[in-house]
Each structure stands twice: as C-alpha cells, then as structure tokens.
Write a protein that binds this ligand. Structure first.
Ligand code: FAD
Length: 419
C-alpha cells in the first residue's frame, strides 16, 4: 500500500500480478511495450540464482534486464583479503570496507514523475494475494511498525537527530530505545544503507562510527553468505558439523513461548512475539541459552527467529545464530556461556525491560527481578508465585555444554589431527 501511494504521487500505480517471474514479467513487458526491466539485486543465494535465471530469460526475449545495487554499501565479492579470498574475520573485513566508503556514489533521489500509460495494465486487487494471516496474531506488529519508505525515513531522521549521540551508551540496554530499529526497513529495501550513510554525515558526530560499524556487520553477514552459501544450514567452522545437539520439543516450546523461568529470556521471547523484533543483546542471550544451556541445534532457533522477526534476514540471522552457537565467523568461543541472571542484571539493571514484557513480575524488587525463584516468599504476590521455575539448573547445564563441546572437539581432533 505504501509503495502504491508513492507511485500514485508520481502519477502512476503499482501493478500486482501473480505467476512465474519470467513469463509474468514478459507478458507485462509485451503489453506495455517496455524495453527494459529494472530491479534491485538481492543477495540470498536462492534469490540471486532465481534473478540470474530471470535476467537471462528476459534478455533472450529481447528485454534488457538492468540490475541495480542498493541493498548493500558494497556488493559481496568486491571486498577481498590480500590473497584474493574472502574474509572470515570481521575486523580486517571492516577495515578494508571502511576505506572504500568515501568513494560511494550518492544515492539518487526518487523520481518526481513516472508517466503512466494511457491504458493502465490489469492489476490484481491487493487482498487477492492473501498476505495477512488468517488468525490475526499480528496486531502488535502494526502498533510498532510503519512499513514503507515514509516509515523508514521517519525512523532514520528521528534516530540521527535524537538517538545517535547516545548510541554508544544506550545500545546495549534493551529497556531503552537506544538503537535505530532500522533493520526491517533495511531488509525490505525501504531505506538503503547508502541513504543511511549519507544521513550520518558528518561522521564526526558522536555515535556515527559505532553505528556505521553495525552496518559493517550487515555487510559482513552478506559477504559470508555469498562466499559460503552452505552456512545457511551448515556451520562455517566445519569442526562443529555433526555435533550431537539435543532435541527436546517441550524445552524448545518453552523457549519459543517465553516460559523458561529466566526473566531476561522470557521477556525477549515475548517482545519478539508481540512486536516481531528483539533487541540485539537479548537476541544474543536467548540464542546462547538455547544453544548452550539447552544444548539445542542453532538451526531450530534460527528457524523460529526467521518465522517471527519482521527483520528476518537469512544472512544476518545465520551470522547471529552461528555466533551464538560458537560455530561461525568471529564466534563466541565454546567455553564462554552467558549467565542469563548476570546478563539481565548487567544490561537491564533497573528492570525496565523485564517489567515491560513480564508485567506479572513488575512488583518484584530489582534485587530479585532477574532470579524470581530466589525471592523470599513474602515478596511473591499471587501472580508472581505462578512464575515457572527455571527450566534448567544454570551450573549443571553449563557443565553439560562444556563437556559436550570438549568431547566433540577432541573427537574431531583425533579424526583429523592438525597438519
Ligand atoms: C541470534 C541473532 C539473530 C539475528 N537475526 C537477525 C535478522 O534476522 N535480521 C537482522 O537484520 N539482524 C539480525 N540480527 C542482528 C541484530 O540483532 C539486528 O540487526 C539489530 O538488533 C536490529 O536492530 P536495530 O536496527 O535497532 O540495530 P542498530 O543497532 O540500530 O544497527 C543498525 C543496523 O545495522 C545492522 N546490524 C546491527 N547489528 C547487526 C549484527 N549483529 N549483524 C548484522 N547486522 C547488524 C542492522 O541492519 C541494523 O538495522 C541477529 C542477531 C542475533 C544475535
């Protein structure tokens, strides 16, 4: 609807069709007399392959495919290490990319006019596409997000004016609006990273470099998925292939539904379900909990995130999950396991985040908020008393994970000793 409204302001309208891309576009091109089809390059391996096929089918039929690069600051493949290979570590990748940013061509402004055809081509009505879920679980998403370019622009302008200066201090505190929330807009191309880069000028402003570096992680994620497409389903660090992850449906459901008994985890899973988004720090804590304390397959977590996040992005999600599971680029080492109680106290010290998402715990004093099971009985109200007991013992589950990783890596070394 937002795109249609933007096109209408230029004197045109969005045309909706459904069918195989090449034949559907060819039919439309023939009906309108179009000589070329323009689109923006996507980098997910399956989509890139589809678009490559599309480009050759269009070209074979005399329609020129014109592909633009605006999803990333730098197309994947353009940044290489001294040996000409892909980077597997973020910092040198970022150093190389950072030096190239000053040469970036400026983003073009949107066209003011897009002349419409005399006879508008047939378009399906939007509701024919049945894009909304049959069971309307999505009300919270509409409260939080304004999809489309105008919503993206508003967030960017507001963040640069009011958030950027505090970004370094506030970005790790999930209880505060300390980050930009641009991720779904970036994912869907409603704002491009070059537009974000331009809005950050002059880069001397507080927070600019730290924020730009996060865009660097986004580039790095796309770079990794481009060079190592198997990592969407297999670990980048091959030593972790075949790890014997646990498979416990009840525990997975407790994690998905925010019933683990650990407030920072459960608050995060509630935030995800209600808004389609979760703060980065909490993504790290919840992912660590699933892959280490519950010792469950990172792919099960990645699937749940992919299904529920409004910014679900194969490259970023894969990077995040492999980081948490210890099997990706620059990953958290296998022996470093987050303690959700300590993480909660450190990053949500006043309990604002937990109280917002778990109102049943709101009355507990800060001292007990991140470990309600330890609170004196007189402090537990009736609703707080129903709080689920911890799903696992933190010390025992930590020891289980350490033993599992140690054993697996030792077996790997025996199988393929270092040269
Ligand atoms: C387990 C896990 C799964 C994740 N899954 C996704 C996902 O599906 N989609 C997604 O966009 N991000 C994902 N992230 C990265 C990160 O959590 C989000 O990009 C960030 O929380 C978005 O909020 P923001 O826009 O306010 O970020 P800001 O801090 O304002 O950062 C600005 C932009 O930089 C990019 N960015 C920031 N951090 C990262 C990062 N660690 N990796 C890659 N890009 C980053 C995003 O595009 C973001 O919009 C995941 C992280 C983890 C740990």
């Amino acid at each position: 609807m937002a795109l249609d409204a933007s096109l209408e302001r230029c004197g045109n309208a969005l045309i909706l069709r459904r069918g195989p891309p090449a034949s559907t576009l060819l039919q439309l091109a023939r009906a309108t007399g179009a000589k070329a089809v323009h689109w923006n390059r996507l980098h997910e391996p399956a989509l890139a392959a589809r678009d490559e096929r599309l480009a050759s089918e269009l070209a074979a039929s005399g329609i020129e495919p014109i592909i633009h690069d605006s999803a990333l600051l730098c197309p994947p493949g353009a940044i290489r290490n001294a040996a000409g290979g892909p980077f597997r570590v973020f910092t040198p990748f970022w150093r190389r990319l950072r030096t190239r940013l000053a040469e970036l061509p400026a983003a073009l402004p949107a066209p003011r006019r897009l002349p419409a055809l005399d006879r508008a081509p047939m378009s399906l009505p939007l509701d024919k596409l049945q894009l909304l879920p049959a069971v309307r679980w999505d009300a919270g998403l509409a409260q939080r997000w304004q999809p489309g370019e105008a919503g993206a622009r508003r967030r960017l302008v507001r963040f640069v004016a009011a958030g950027l200066a505090h970004y370094v201090d506030a970005r790790e505190r999930p209880g505060e609006p300390g980050t930009s929330s641009l991720s779904p807009h970036l994912h869907f191309g409603e704002v491009s990273p070059r537009q974000v880069y331009a809005a950050l000028q002059p880069l001397s402003a507080a927070g600019s470099e730290a924020f730009l570096r996060q865009l660097g992680w986004r580039e790095f994620a796309a770079h990794l998925l481009h060079h190592f497409p198997h990592t969407a389903s297999e670990p980048l660090d091959a030593r972790y292939a075949g790890f014997d992850w646990r498979d416990d449906r009840d525990e997975l459901a407790a994690w998905q539904q925010g019933r683990t008994g650990f407030p920072i985890i459960d608050a995060g899973m509630h935030e995800l379900w209600h808004t389609g988004w979760m703060h980065n720090r909490v993504r790290m804590i919840t992912a660590s909990f699933l892959t280490r304390n519950l010792l469950m397959d990172w792919r099960a977590g990645a699937r749940w995130f992919h299904d529920t996040l409004v910014d679900a992005d194969l490259a970023n999600n894969t990077l995040g999950w492999q980081w948490a599971a210890g099997c990706g680029a620059d990953a958290a080492p296998w022996f470093r396991i987050f303690n959700p109680v300590l993480q909660g106290r450190k990053f949500d010290p006043t309990g604002r985040y937990v109280r917002r998402w778990l109102p049943e715990l709101a009355g507990l004093p800060d001292r007990w908020l991140h470990e309600p099971w330890a609170a004196p009985a007189r402090l537990l109200r009736r609703d707080t008393g129903r709080w689920p007991p911890p799903l696992v013992d933190l010390a025992a589950s930590r020891a289980r994970a350490l033993a599992g990783f140690r054993h697996h890596l030792a077996a790997q070394r025996l199988r393929s000793p270092p040269a």
